[in-house]
Design a protein around this ligand. Structure first.
Ligand code: AMP
Length: 362
């Protein structure tokens, strides 16, 4: 075990070299840390900004040995890193934060919702699905339409389909390739919100103000933060974040996606055991952003203030949106973040813009 707090000059290992790894590496450089990124793809925005980029498969034994030896603490920037990789790293003596438990829970939607309800973080009602018969039984219990999602490896709305009713059950199952799944009751939410929160090695919890999220085609399009919410909603989000983080004995930043229901309740949609796209507004809108906060937590440093300094409209640049860069860099109130990805593909997150306005006071 390394000695915490980590000294400047220590090395942070990052599993995954997408834009989240890139922004973690940038924040690490500012705090005087070295970085090593493990990313199998060749087109890696995170690899470019790391001190060392191991361009190898996640389960490459040599790369994991190098990472374990080089890094004082290893973290991850996406939740579909195989759990066995974290086990291997721990077996090699690496310190991994947040730990394997958070990763395992977030990788399986049934385990995730079971865990959430177990720590009194409410979700929609749900049923585990292995067969078409399970879908039919689930529709009886949950009502129709209901949302069928693969248990594993779904993100940005992939691996999901609505089941309109009993007659649609078999077709819906075929649409997700008959994968093990979860059937979720439809949430008639009024808004989608998220809370980005952190827990330090001393157990301290700090949550940023809520963000209000707008999706298009299953992909986050815009976050407006701080969201205008009642004190009761803000309080519920804090309580949910603290329960989740404490139950997982979590160290680092977590993203918790929420549904705001008409009756004023918050339900958790899902948790992401990492920095989160809906927290990018903190880069320009808060005293300490989510990337620095994550590093502070895993390094055993005190958490930083989560105070907002501005009202931010975060807009993702998806696919060819990024071609608008000449106009965007000319906007005085826009902070431009581009991820260094060589290939533009539809649906690919290429960058984001934070547009700043003075804080809205109630
Ligand atoms: P997810 O992949 O679970 O984040 O879901 C992607 C999007 O689908 C969410 O941001 C919601 O807009 C919508 N969604 C997910 N679950 C439900 C649900 N149970 N009821 C209604 N809409 C949902």
């Amino acid at each position: 075990m390394p000695a915490f707090p980590l000294r400047p000059g220590s090395t942070i290992g990052i599993l995954g070299g997408g834009q989240l790894g890139r922004m973690l590496a940038l924040a690490a450089a500012r705090l005087g840390f070295e970085t090593v990124v493990l990313e199998p793809r060749a087109d890696s925005g995170g690899g470019q900004t790391a001190g060392l980029w191991l361009n190898a498969a996640y389960d490459d034994a040599g790369a994991l040995k190098t990472l374990a030896e080089a890094a004082d603490v290893v973290t991850f920037e996406f939740e579909n890193v195989p759990a066995s990789v974290v086990e291997t790293l721990v077996g090699l003596g690496a310190s991994v934060a947040p730990g394997g438990r958070a990763l395992a829970v977030a990788q399986d939607r049934v385990d995730e919702k079971t865990f959430l309800n177990g720590c009194r973080a409410p979700t929609v009602r749900f049923a585990a699905v292995e067969t078409t018969a399970d879908i039919l039984a689930g529709l009886e219990a949950l009502g129709a339409p209901a949302l069928l999602k693969t248990r594993r490896e779904g993100y940005d709305g992939k691996g999901q389909t609505w089941v309109e009713g009993h007659a649609d059950a078999a077709d819906a199952f075929a649409r997700i390739d008959k994968a093990a799944a979860i059937l979720e009751a439809r949430a008639d939410f009024v808004r989608e919100l998220s809370v980005i929160a952190a827990r330090g090695r001393d157990g301290e919890v700090a949550a940023y103000p809520l963000g209000e999220n707008h999706h298009e085609g299953g992909i986050l399009r815009r976050t407006h933060a701080p969201a205008q919410v009642t004190p009761a909603i803000a309080e519920q989000a804090q309580v949910i974040a603290a329960r989740v983080l404490t139950s997982l004995d979590y160290v680092g930043v977590i993203g918790i996606e929420l549904f705001e229901m008409a009756d004023g309740r918050l339900l958790v949609n899902e948790i992401a055991p990492r920095v989160h796209n809906s927290g990018h507004w903190t880069l320009d809108g808060c005293e300490v952003d989510q990337f620095e906060q994550h590093l502070r937590a895993i390094a055993g440093w005190p958490l930083g203030p989560v105070t907002p300094l501005a009202s931010v409209e975060m807009e993702n640049l998806i696919g060819h949106d990024v071609d608008r860069w000449p106009a965007l860099i000319a906007e005085p109130e826009a902070r431009v973040w581009l991820y260094g990805k060589a290939e533009v593909r539809d649906g690919r997150k290429m960058g984001h813009i934070n547009r700043l306005r003075p804080l809205e006071r109630e």
